[in-house]
Design a protein around this ligand. Structure first.
Ligand code: COA
Length: 287
């Protein structure tokens, strides 16, 4: 919050109280207990840094990373990240994160540590009218349905492994159990019942956001986005769309979406061969 206010004059985006952000450590503690790194100032005992880590079978995701404003520029973030990088290397796994392209402090921190940016995402937002999204729904939207069965996590994880080269079934079990936060999961199947894409939506007031999700093509991605957004009437969700998905981005503009920020997927280690459309999120950080 203070970084966005001091650097971009956009602190108001995050409100005036830290209380709503407790959702983030609550989700991280439930998903990845014992995997956060913290830094304390030895002389004052004050917490001066946090780095949340999400180890998965195929990779280690990192984020959120933050250093207290008064402790920045002293190597705190680097000191927190180095053991995380060593542990991932020892397991032979790449590290993944999404980093704001409007935040050179974090971009260069990761870049100096060896992360390479490879995919640009546009952070988009729109306020969904109380009467629903304007205009005609994409044709494929009639095949989108809400999923609530926890057993479906296996299929979502297998689909992401096939299209994006990463696997994180525990995240989908967590979203579908829906015990912490407020999650909805949407999927689109073809006529034979084969999965063509899915998207998770966080309806919690502390994080109104779409993602993670994967779609096999832009038409499926548009249908999933439309359905998930239309169910957020009166809210202003944020969602990340690959910059390379040019038609999809223009479709979102047509619904009233505006650019809010830019993020880059940064990876340390081999970049997984990926196809289709990915929707990253910050909760939990995906990359
Ligand atoms: C990003 C952030 C975590 C960095 O924390 P920090 O403790 O100040 O970072 P460190 O001091 O460990 O390291 C910063 C590194 O980036 C380098 N750096 C900073 N700005 C740079 C620039 N413009 N160009 C090149 N290098 C730069 C520093 O020299 C340092 O490198 P070094 O260790 O090799 O000297 C901190 O600014 C922060 O909390 N920002 C707000 C929250 C945030 O943006 N989090 C990241 C997104 S989740």
């Amino acid at each position: 919050m203070s970084w966005y206010e001091s650097r971009l004059g956009q602190g108001a985006r995050f409100g005036d109280s830290p209380a709503p952000f407790l959702l983030f450590p609550e989700v991280y503690a439930a998903l990845d207990p014992g995997h956060a790194v913290a830094a304390w100032d030895e002389s004052t005992g004050e917490l001066i840094g946090v780095c949340f880590v999400h180890p998965r079978a195929t990779h280690v995701a990192v984020g959120i990373v933050a250093t207290a404003p008064e402790a920045q520029g002293r190597g705190v973030a680097r000191a927190m990240l180095e053991p995380v990088i060593e542990a991932a290397k020892a397991r032979g796994l790449p590290l993944r994160l999404v980093s704001s392209l409007m935040n050179l402090d974090s971009f260069s921190l990761y870049s100096r540590l060896g992360f390479v940016a490879h995919t640009i995402y546009q952070d988009l937002t729109l306020t969904v009218p109380a009467s629903g999204l304007a205009g005609a729904a994409p044709v494929e939207a009639r095949r989108v349905r809400r999923v609530t069965e926890v057993a479906e996590a296996v299929r979502l994880a297998a689909f992401e492994r096939e299209w994006q080269g990463i696997e994180r079934e525990q995240d989908y079990v967590f979203f579908l159990r829906n015990e912490i936060g407020a999650w909805r999961v949407w999927m689109l199947e073809d006529a034979s019942g084969a999965l063509e894409g899915f998207i998770v939506a966080s309806h919690h007031p502390s994080c109104v956001m779409l993602g993670p999700g994967v779609a096999r093509d832009e038409a499926v991605a548009a249908a999933l986005l439309w359905s998930a957004l239309d169910a957020m009437r009166g809210l202003s969700p944020v969602f990340l769309v690959p910059n390379a998905a040019a038609q999809l981005v223009r479709t979102c503009y047509g619904w009233g979406a505006r650019n809010l920020e830019l993020h880059a997927a940064q990876t340390l280690g081999p970049v997984a061969a990926a196809s289709g459309i990915a929707f990253p999120t910050f909760l939990p950080e995906t990359g």
